[in-house]
Design a protein. Sequence first.
Length: 321
Amino acid sequence: MNLDLTRRTLLHLAGASSFAAAAAAAERAEGGGSSGGPTFADRTPMRIGTVTMRVRTLDTVADFYRDVLGLAVMERTATAAVLGSDGVKLLVLEARPQALDESRKAAGLYHTAFLMPSRKDLARWLVHAALNRVPLSGFADHRVSESVYLDDPEGNGIEVYADRDPSLWQWSDGTVTMGTDQLDIDGLVALTDTRVSDYAKAPEGLRIGHIHLRVGDLAQAEGFYRGAIGFDPTRQRNGAAFLSSGRYHHHLGLNVWQSAGAGRRDDATTGLAWFSLEIEQADILAAQEQRLRQAGVEMAAIANGLEAVDPWGTRVRLVKV
């Protein structure tokens, strides 16, 4: 496969007539925002740990994350699958064969963002996706990172990306500059062999850099995730807010683009069940618990931490690591 064929293949897989059209699709997918980062995002006081989803077709979805993203199947039963990278649990799939599809207008998961350790790893994965004709929904340069978008077999959004060096990120008054520009496909795939895939498995260091949620109200969501959980705001834009820990560009995206006014989620539908935030310092977890109690948030004790429920019923596990 030569470079031109790779470019044509990528455009076909993204269902776009040009790279500008693919960037526009990424604009819709991220709202002009960006992704998460490997080494940097994983060293912050809080970071995304595991994402758990309810799926109807367990084998199909588990095989997709194994074959397309290269995640290792760490555990698999008739009712659940646990997948990860170099021994770290990243994704849990719970079988719900009778579940109905969660509406795109409901609160819930917008996408899970898998962060590659390097730009070359992103290039290797992109060639792997192209050679295996994996449908893509968009790709873009977000200035702090480079991203590719796709969906799993049940429509759960996925972002695969690599961060630029944090020294290149531009900040002004606590706001990080992000955008949605045309992805440099030539420069990216030039880092690897476009004729054959050498992406047999996810690289060591692959993590979930951020999670992006649909919510019913931005002010209410920020009251929970900023006021009680303790994330810092990094950017706001057209019905969306981005928050992080430790001056990462964002660990959490929130939007009301389709879900404004949404009520409590239905646990009998597919989609996000819970996600975890890993916390290294005990005093941070203690402060979170105090703020959550003061806010009257529904909580429960779990191993090494606690589980809180956001205003729409999404469970957030705060785990001391």
